[in-house]
Design a protein around this ligand. Sequence first.
Ligand code: ZN
Length: 110
Amino acid sequence: MKTQKITKNMSINEIIKKFPQSIGVFNKFNLDSCCGGAESLENAAKKSEVDLAILIEAIDNAIETPREKGHNCARCGNSSDEILLIQCEIEKGSSFVCARCLPFYIHGGH
Ligand SMILES: [Zn+2]
């Protein structure tokens, strides 16, 4: 049995801070990672009617996926050697976004 890095009592904010890769999962499940990020994972899942076990598993998988090298930020072009890049699904599919540009996508460009 593998150890779980996240628990249902952690807040979404906490999880994203520790594991930025998890943000794609929250987006996928339509969980509010911005304004509702202070909620515990359990409450947020309940609110969005997402199965908690499925959610935790998806986050675990995202966390365990190794960060790939040699990509560039879809917005500013920073390479993964310079800054943390996070794989996201934006517009036409999977893409990489640097930590600095991520808020742009979270908040929809304002
Ligand atoms: Zn960027």
